[in-house]
Design a protein around this ligand. Structure first.
Ligand code: UTP
Length: 289
């Protein structure tokens, strides 16, 4: 079955980015000249997704404003002949069919996904976390859709992380099927004790509606939040669930180091500022040595 819909959960409190995220969503952090969430919507569209639902919450109104039409600004850019800029903002407005639903309380990623249940109905769907953006390789969501269509079972993107970082991620254990594919048997959210895997869940999923039933019976777990990882563990006990070592890299914009890394890498890729920025970095490093 075709994967046409996507959920982008963006209702979290973003405590790792306080005080910035007190009034401004971390999903709106600028990476070069676009807010992080725009890259995520672009990835969904490039993966063939037609309808997107963004789960928002308190203090997240600027996400809706960003994808909405701004008639006054359009008129200004038109009348002053700034037509390249006009195209930029019109493209954002017309990027996809975007819908919004509010999560009343930030009760966890699992609860955010459950909030979008009636929008999805009875078909498979993608989940793209609102604070993780990917590099410019083939869209991770597209890679997962390809796996889903072959295996006909839910699949999640994973990356191998450094052992010292295992406690920051959901970790999966499974049986290797080929170079990149694993059949998952165990998932642990942010393990605090030794675990024999470094495969971390990286914020991209293809799921089926069965997960909603499981989520609605999932009790709060780590951090008293309804954890998607716990629901996936229940799913893995009853049917096939795959993990795919995706090509490329996903960056977590929701923590300071991840945000700085992605900002610097994007600057070094931008043809306009790459040159002067590189010179600046070289001079800065020489100064500090
Ligand atoms: P995170 O766990 O990274 O986000 O959730 P957080 O809880 O906002 O961040 P910290 O840990 O307090 O800094 C991953 C994604 O899921 C969304 C977040 O907005 C983020 O895009 N999320 C998380 C929700 O939509 N609702 C929630 O209750 C929790």
């Amino acid at each position: 079955m075709k994967v046409r819909k996507a959920i982008i959960p963006a209702a979290g409190l973003g405590t790792r980015f306080l005080p910035f995220s007190k009034a401004v969503p971390k999903e709106m952090l600028p990476v070069l000249d676009k807010p992080a969430i725009q890259y995520i919507v672009e990835e969904a569209v490039a993966s063939g997704i037609e309808d997107i639902i963004i789960v928002t919450g308190k203090n997240k109104r600027s996400i809706e404003d960003h994808f909405d039409k701004n008639a006054e600004l359009e008129l200004y850019l038109q009348s002053t002949g700034k037509l390249d800029k006009l195209k930029l903002i019109k493209d954002v407005t017309n990027i996809a069919n975007i819908y919004y639903v509010r999560q009343k309380e930030a009760l966890g990623l699992g609860d955010a996904i459950l909030t979008a249940r009636s929008f999805i109905g009875n078909e498979p769907f993608a989940v793209l976390l609102g604070d993780m953006i990917m590099d410019d390789s083939q869209p991770s969501t597209k890679q997962l859709i390809n796996v889903y269509q072959k295996q006909k079972a839910p699949v999640i993107a994973v990356e191998q992380v450094d052992r010292s970082e295992i406690g920051n991620y959901g970790i999966v254990l499974g049986q290797q099927m080929d170079d990149r594919l694993y059949r998952v048997h165990t998932l642990v959210e942010k393990p605090q004790t030794e675990i024999s895997s470094n495969m971390a869940i990286m914020g991209r999923y293809i799921l089926e509606p069965r997960i909603f039933e499981i989520l609605s019976n999932t009790k709060p777990g780590l951090g008293k939040e309804i954890q998607l990882t716990d629901a996936l563990q229940t799913l893995a006990r009853e049917q096939s669930l795959y993990a795919y070592l995706h090509e490329g890299k996903l960056y977590d914009v929701g923590n300071k180091l991840g945000y700085l890394k992605v900002s610097i890498e994007w600057c070094l890729k931008d043809k306009e500022i790459r040159g002067p920025f590189y010179t600046y970095l070289k001079e800065l490093l020489a100064e500090k040595e």
